[in-house]
Design a binder for this molecule. Structure first.
Ligand code: GAR
Length: 193
């Protein structure tokens, strides 16, 4: 079976990257992880990917224009022959040109029930608004921040006395279920790439 070649960009802990990676290693997975790349050398997820035998790439964004940094990241994608890019806690905004070149092939996971709470501090904002539920969304990346078509969502109840930290931790459990399924469904319905 042809497996879709998926690259992942991370900036931090990489737990969503790990969820995608271990899902990809399950029998009958529709995708494989061909690259884990980061703008931060200290991103913990890089060490995990490397230990699991996945190719890694680091390019610091510091001291580079957005276009130059994106060009280096894109070169790594091309070299890895990636069909798709999954952003997993990649805390950089991609340049419009990059997004347009990869249109329809970049997915992101965002820790809110989009269209609510685009941007940062999503958990604090959901709690302060008195919402009964928070959650996570997987969406297609378009130039406008967190605005592309939502492919899948997971709802997470907000408990009494919840803090942003406790909510973030539990939303991640939901994210780890959601992202591999959403990626698998998406690459399965676009076999032409
Ligand atoms: C995840 O909760 C993800 O939804 C969020 O960062 C976390 C990364 O965690 N992404 C964003 O906020 C993107 N705007 P991880 O490194 O453990 O996967």
């Amino acid at each position: 079976m042809h497996k879709a070649r998926v690259a992942i960009f991370i900036s931090g802990g990489g737990t969503n990257m790990a969820a995608l990676l271990y899902a990809s290693l399950m029998k009958d997975s529709t995708f494989e992880i061909v690259l884990v790349a980061s703008n931060k050398a200290e991103a913990a997820g890089l060490a995990i990917a490397s230990a699991e035998g996945v190719k890694t790439f680091v390019h610091s964004h510091k001291g580079h224009s957005r276009e130059d940094h994106d060009a280096a990241m894109e070169a790594a994608l091309v070299e890895a022959k990636a069909d798709y890019l999954a952003l997993a806690g990649y805390m950089r905004i991609l340049s419009d040109e990059f997004v347009r070149r990869w249109e329809g092939r970049i997915l992101n996971i965002h820790p809110s029930l989009l269209p609510k709470y685009k941007g940062l501090e999503t958990h604090r904002r959901a709690i302060e608004a008195g919402d009964t539920h928070a959650g996570a969304s997987v969406h297609i990346v378009v130039p406008e921040l967190d605005a592309g078509e939502v492919l899948a969502q997971a709802r997470v109840a907000i408990c009494a006395g919840e803090t942003a930290a406790s909510l973030a931790e539990r939303v991640k459990f939901a994210e780890h279920q959601l992202y591999p399924r959403a990626v698998s469904e998406y690459v399965s319905r676009r076999p032409a790439i």
